[in-house]
Design a binder for this molecule. Structure first.
Ligand code: AR6
Length: 231
């Protein structure tokens, strides 16, 4: 074990990892931690092609700042695969920063099935959206709009028409949505991150000064919006 690691280096919390999942399910039942939990994907690092090393620094920094300002909340970075590079980078960097690992951790699973498949209760989930806030496309945006059904589309339209890079919008998820009923998700926060993919709008041409600033703003906006729901 290296110096400076305050939490044991965690084994991957996968969907097949019964012990880890049961642990979280128990916590949730005892004090309703689910209503104070935000699950979020790594914004901009797949379709938008943002550098993973820089993104992981930004995730750990902004999460650590946020956890200092608010106790009583929990942040969970989610990705689909055990082999996720962003999850391992974030885990490694978080463990070196003395972040409380019960309040910030990584989880392997589909963000639309965290409770039913993983036993993890999260009332709020974030989406890596597109600027028009349109369903489909691919990645986590398509997964969330598909799982939530038409009602998320309607609810989103009531809240905003579009997003600027670096901003987010809270959408209360109607109780008729399957994602609300099955998974207990009460809010979706759409986040638009910086884009480094030449085939997508607002392409930043590898400008990581601008890109990193926008990614930081995106996470700060996401976490502040989450805090406003919980408070
Ligand atoms: N559950 C958890 N994580 C997921 C899931 C899922 N179901 N699906 C993907 N991820 P991306 P971006 C992870 O590409 O880079 C869309 O088409 C994925 O492995 O969804 O911000 C939008 O419409 C990665 O770690 O978002 C935009 O146009 C992370 O989620 C554009 O892509 C984000 O990957 C946004 O691109």
């Amino acid at each position: 074990v290296e110096d400076g690691i305050t939490c044991p280096v965690e084994v991957e919390k996968g969907l097949n990892d019964k012990n880890e999942n049961e642990e979280h399910a128990k916590e949730s039942d005892s004090d309703d931690v689910g209503s104070r939990t935000l699950a979020f994907p790594s914004i901009s690092t797949a379709d938008f092609q943002f550098d993973l090393d820089r993104a992981s620094d930004i995730i750990v920094d902004t999460a650590a700042d946020f956890l200092q300002k608010f106790d009583n909340i929990r942040l969970v970075l989610v990705d689909l695969s055990k082999k996720s590079k962003i999850l391992s980078l974030v885990k490694e960097k978080a463990s070196k920063k003395s972040i409380d690992c019960s309040r910030f951790f990584t989880f392997v699973g589909d963000i639309t099935q965290l409770y039913t498949k993983g036993g993890l209760q999260c009332s709020v989930i974030a989406n890596a959206a597109n600027w028009r806030l349109k369903p489909g496309g691919g990645g986590v945006n398509a997964a969330i709009f598909n799982a939530a059904g038409e009602s998320l589309h309607h609810a989103t339209k009531k809240c905003a028409d579009a997003l600027r890079p670096g901003t987010s919008v809270v959408v209360p998820l109607p109780s008729i949505s399957p994602l609300h009923q099955r998974e207990g998700v009460t809010h979706v926060i759409h986040v638009l991150g910086p884009n480094m993919n030449p085939m997508r709008p607002d392409y930043l041409k590898n400008d990581y000064i601008k890109g990193s600033k926008i990614l930081r703003e995106a996470y700060n906006s996401l976490f502040e919006n989450f805090a406003s729901i919980v408070q």
